[in-house]
Design a protein around this ligand. Structure first.
Ligand SMILES: [Zn+2]
Length: 282
């Protein structure tokens, strides 16, 4: 008998919840499941591309003094503590990350003070992969930008520009990704100072990013591109993943960096929202 009562009361409780949920909905053509926020915000045929690498102790990082690989340590377990919890330690500039304006210039804002509206903008991808395959020291030139604009139109003001060098295919092979020669000199492509200057000054971009270790090419010693970008109060994005899945323009970028007080940068989750044909407005 008690079992029957308890079964009855369980059934009553389930029914009550169902009635409550139904009356909470507006009663119209409300589908079950969560409200389709993404579709409502961006249109039904849009897709989202996560441009962020998973961080682990195999993630490539800048081979400078005091730079260490990512480290993760378990400090509590479900078995012993009833909760799973970990600590991590990493350089700010490891994995997919942002370079804040204070990274290379004095009196510029740190990562926690970059206004959110600077972290969302129209995305642009410029492809130099074919040339980079032949020449690891190549740089994005003014001619490349001119050619891109002839094909795709003027780079929109406030864009976040991403340079596709094809380096992402080496991500899981640190020596190949760093591509150091016998003297330890790295070789990978990136922006020329002239192209960076043009993007910052003439096209007023919010920031520039690349699919490898640096917005200055591997050969650079003076980090001129970093200085140009940071002096203008703009940010850089490095080790950006999956650029081969993006169109040259006509999509949005959302950059979501960790908010470290006075940080010179930090790991960032970066998403592209790519409208489908029906939702494309660009
Ligand atoms: Zn960096």
């Amino acid at each position: 008998m008690p079992a029957l009562i308890s079964r009855f009361s369980k059934l009553t409780a389930v029914l009550l919840i169902v009635i409550l949920v139904m009356s909470a909905s507006d009663g119209a053509a409300q589908e079950s499941g969560p409200t389709p926020v993404f579709e409502s915000m961006f249109g039904e045929s849009s897709r989202i591309v996560d441009l962020t690498y998973t961080i682990n102790d195999r993630s490539p990082y800048w081979p400078g003094d005091n730079y260490e690989p990512f480290e993760l340590k378990t400090i509590a377990t479900l078995e012993e503590d009833g909760v799973l919890s970990k600590t991590f330690c990493m350089p700010e500039h490891l994995g997919t990350h942002i370079d804040a304006p204070n990274h290379f210039e004095a009196n510029r804002i740190p990562v926690d003070q970059i206004p959110p509206e600077q972290l969302i903008g129209p995305g642009v991808v410029i492809d130099i992969e074919t040339r980079a395959e032949q020449d690891a020291d190549t740089m994005l030139s003014l001619e490349d930008l001119e050619e891109w604009e002839q094909q795709h139109g003027v780079i929109p003001g406030g864009a976040i520009v991403l340079l596709h060098t094809g380096w992402g295919r080496h991500w899981e092979n640190i020596p190949r990704y760093q591509n150091r020669d016998a003297r330890g000199q790295m070789h990978f492509p990136s922006y020329s100072p002239e192209a960076a200057e043009f993007l910052v000054e003439e096209r007023k971009v919010r920031g520039i990013g690349v699919d490898n270790l640096s917005i200055d090419r591997g050969l650079s010693r003076d980090f001129e591109v970093h200085h140009i970008v940071n002096k203008a109060g703009r940010f850089g994005l490095e080790n950006v993943a999956k650029l081969d899945e993006l169109p040259p323009r006509g999509f949005w970028l959302i950059v979501s960096p960790i908010k470290i007080e006075d940080g010179s940068g930090g790991p960032a989750r970066i998403w592209a929202v790519v409208p489908g044909d029906e939702d494309a407005k660009d």
